[in-house]
Design a protein around this ligand. Structure first.
Ligand code: G6P
Length: 502
């Protein structure tokens, strides 16, 4: 397959690329003059930013994103005219062109904390305990109109403003579940725009969508059908989306061609499993800061290290992971003092009650297990809550077993990054509901994420697997990830866009 450049060149002759996502690609850590710490511009959290950075850089796109806090608002003022596109370079040398959307707090809060997370996030990861939640009432209706729809409109207006800077029509590449209404709005305002959307999280079954009132769930689908191409992580998501269009909205779909017929247009629905940049990761793994972290890891590491790295999100299934480990320690006394479970976690969405409560139970369960089994200075679980990429990579290089056991999840790039960096032929224990399971499941130890006994058994198998097997499996995962890297993810999408545009 030709490189990204060849597709980009041809596309850029006719279109102006614009990437749109809620989270900006970078964040500003202000200077601390008292401690003599200078200002830092760092890459934003999450797999979305990592992946889209490659795409934005490859296509020299302008990135439209929300100004979510005072630091973002400050950055927004650094353009030649306030509110215009700003050019910013992060401390790893990546340059971005960002157009910040200024959103009033009274709109951002319901958009982000009521509708996007938890409502849509919970639906798309099957997280609701339906006997109790959600309670759909006027608060939700109000948050939908005054939060979600309003913010999507503000984003659409910004896209239109950015598009007006060029005489070429825009090629709008929208990201994720926070912006489902935007594509239809942009299409109304710029009919000649080409629109593509990538959904980074699972798309559930049509039945599960019926948790939402019909006007809201239909608005989600009508909004996203404003696109020309809709991309998902897995084949399962594509099928679920087509079924949702057919069953919930009565639209005509073609399962073989993976298309939806909508208002006289044909919308393509495709799966593009997201990936990573192996070269960038390899270079990062060699950085002195990673080596320093590895040296301090070597001070405390046990004979065998089980690792998990996740945001403290309910979908990640951190608590059941600990319960499985507790079962392992109950059954295998010989592992005591030899093994340790390192949970390296990044705090996430702490303004949402469920997320705060979840972090509480994660810490509570770990503390209970530690109380139960600790002896002679050995602590079975080590929890660290920090956002430190170098430490994460040090962990990747040194685990024996990596646990990735989400309830349901989009991709889980941790599985790809971890196995690519690891230097011990570590074993991947992987949930059958992780997006990466479609590609890597064959070479991992598959678990049902709800079954803690099965997960305990898989952890045990991972810790005791012989070297030849471990090497064989790890090698196959590395090959799979390398041959389906981020460049391929982008190239396949650009190839489809080229075909569409003709
Ligand atoms: C996931 C989502 C992204 C989101 C990221 C971090 O990767 O797919 O859309 O940006 O998590 O979540 P946050 O709410 O902190 O932006």
């Amino acid at each position: 397959m030709p490189g990204i450049e060849s597709y980009t060149r041809r596309l850029l002759r006719h279109f102006q690329p614009i990437v749109v996502s809620n989270r900006p690609p970078l964040s500003l850590k202000p200077a601390d003059p008292y401690r003599g710490v200078p200002e830092r511009l760092t890459k934003g959290q999450g797999g979305l930013v990592t992946a889209m950075t490659a795409l934005a850089a490859g296509t020299s796109a302008t990135w439209v994103a929300a100004a979510r806090n005072d630091q973002d608002r400050e950055l927004a003022q650094r353009g030649s005219t306030p509110g215009d596109v700003v050019e910013v370079t992060t401390d790893d040398g990546t340059t971005y062109h960002v157009a910040y959307v200024d959103i009033p707090r009274e709109a951002y809060d319901p958009y982000y904390n009521v509708i996007s997370n938890p409502l849509l996030w919970f639906i798309q990861h099957y997280l609701w305990d339906l006997s109790r939640e959600p309670v759909v009432d006027s608060r939700i209706q109000h948050a939908w109109r005054e939060g979600y729809e309003r913010v999507n409109r503000l984003f659409a207006e910004k896209v239109v403003a950015v598009a007006a800077r060029s005489d070429k029509p825009p090629l709008v590449m929208t990201q994720d579940y926070q912006l489902y209404c935007l594509p239809a709005m942009v299409r109304d305002l710029i009919p000649e725009a080409k629109l593509q959307h990538f959904v980074h999280i699972p798309w559930p079954t049509p039945q599960y969508w019926t948790i939402l009132p019909k006007p809201i769930r239909d608005a989600v689908v009508h909004g996203i059908l404003g696109n020309d191409i809709i991309g998902f992580q897995t084949r399962r998501d594509v099928r679920n989306f087509l079924m949702t269009c057919e069953e919930n909205l009565g639209l005509a779909v073609d399962y073989r061609e993976r298309t939806v017929f909508y208002h006289g247009r044909t919308v393509w629905v495709r799966n593009y499993p997201i990936s990573i940049d192996p070269e960038m990761l390899a270079a990062l793994a060699e950085q002195p800061s990673v080596k320093e972290e590895e040296a301090s890891l070597a001070q405390w590491r046990p004979e065998q290290l089980i690792l998990r790295i996740d945001r403290t999100d309910l979908s990640k299934n951190i608590v059941r992971g600990f319960l499985a480990y507790e079962r392992l320690l109950e059954m295998h006394l010989e592992l005591h003092e030899k093994v340790q479970f390192w949970a390296f976690l990044q705090e996430s969405r702490q303004r949402i009650d469920d997320y705060r409560a979840y972090l509480g139970s994660v810490l509570g369960v770990a503390a209970r297990i530690n109380r139960r089994f600790s002896h002679s200075g050995w602590m079975p679980i080590r929890i660290e809550i920090d956002d430190n990429m170098y430490k994460a990579v040090a962990g990747y290089k040194n685990f024996d077993v990596l646990l990735v056991n989400p309830i349901y999840d989009g991709m889980n790039l941790v599985a790809k990054e971890g196995l690519l960096c690891n230097q011990r032929d570590g074993v991947l224990v992987l949930s059958e509901n992780a997006g990466s399971h479609e590609e890597l499941g064959e070479y991992a130890l598959t678990v049902n994420p709800f079954d803690v006994d099965e997960t305990a058994e898989a952890l045990y198998l991972g810790l005791t697997m012989d070297q030849t097997q471990r090497h064989h499996r790890a090698e196959l995962i590395r090959e799979t990830v390398r041959s389906n890297d981020i460049n391929r993810w982008i190239a396949v999408q650009l190839q489809d866009l080229r075909e569409l545009i003709g």
